[in-house]
Design a protein around this ligand. Sequence first.
Ligand SMILES: [Zn+2]
Length: 490
Amino acid sequence: MNVFIATLGTETNTFCPFPTGYRTFGRIFHGDATKHTMDLFSAPLHVWRGRAEERGWGVAESICAFAPPSGITVRSVYEALRDELLSDLKKAMPVDIVLLSMHGAMVADGYDDCEGDLLTRVRAIIGPKAIIGGELDLHCHITETMITTADVLVTFKEYPHIDTIDRAEEVFTLCADAAEGKTRPVMATFDSRMVSMYRTPVEPMKGFVARMQSFEGKDGVLSVSMGHGFPWGDVAEVGARMMVVADGDKAKAAALAEKLGRELYDMRATTVTPYWTAAEAAAHADGAKASRPIVLADVADNAGGGAPSDSTFVLRALLDRKAKKALVGLIWDPIAFQIAEEAGEGATLELRIGGKCGPMSGDPVDMRVTVRKIARDVKQSFGDKGVKMEVGDAAWLQGEDGVDVVVNTHRTQLFHPDAYAPLGIDLGAYKTLVVKSTQHFYAGFAPIAADVLYVTTPGSIEPDFANIQYTKLARPYWPRVDDPFSLTNQ
Ligand SMILES: [Zn+2]
């Protein structure tokens, strides 16, 4: 058997003002990602190479290109990366299995469904018999083109995405079985007509994930995924979809997808995250008598959803409240970092922080700060399996009024408390920790927190799902309407 592996993807926030070009992709690997440290979207390549080599199978590795979430991908950049992958595939032929690590919500100028486009072109090269498997982030748009061209698609089940490696193992097993003729995977989906975010560590989603898994490996059901959807993608097929892979029986796959999709729909009201305003959350956390910090998640400014990560709304609320022992980070502010670095550790200076990228970032905040520590080339963990993500250079700035900030140079969400370790910050000394992240922070921060509050502010990914300005979504959806199924009589 010969296996071809590659990564190409990003999560496109079509409402984000920054285009996704080569600079956003950062380091692109041309066939050697598995010789380097795993990150979230190269991890599947490590798994797939290892599993194939264990069996003595041939492995052809192509590009590994993943851009952190930002705006629409530049057309020439998408086409060049795609064509490099396809050219490598042609050279690698004959290939029995193609395994692709994708995101599922990549939009390029002229391509609303990049994954569908890529899978269609891969299928044209390898022919109808070879197996195509794909691993997707659960914040994906699952399209009809994708499920008709691939044999096996599996999304992460957990948000935070702590199961990337487990899902990569699953994709490999399902595709290897199919290539060896043990199974004949077929897929079906069901559109739950919902646009929202779903937190899987807590009920009712925790139980729903367990329920999805309870069907797998029995009665011809090979895999069950829930594509949560990515709300800030203006594409026709945005929204939550159930996806089932069954062995040879498409009707069975469709029936289970519908059954679970309707169950999800029926519990829609109970999956909603309660949000606090910045002022309410600042007052609650600052006034609390907890022995551990209270974490405020600044969800609308999550770089992981395409936001700038330099908004100041929560920082302003803490300063207005005259909060003590509060820490806000990561604020993406390379200019403030440069000035702080130049001043040096121990220096006290007036610094203008954040609020630089546009109206959704709020106003910049002028603070008198002491530079406590500068750290370079900082990394942070993603999950507990050795996956590391870039932070860039970072500065711990101690505010004279009780609110500290960490500014950094690589636009990213805050995934894990270990991002602060090179700065020597003792997180236990704070009452309030503001994290610019929607949910990925949870795995690392919940264990050290007395409580976690989700805060809504203006921002690029404001969780106001009823009012997102879609132009391509024609179907009614909840929460824009209360009961979209009753409207269409289905
Ligand atoms: Zn995601």
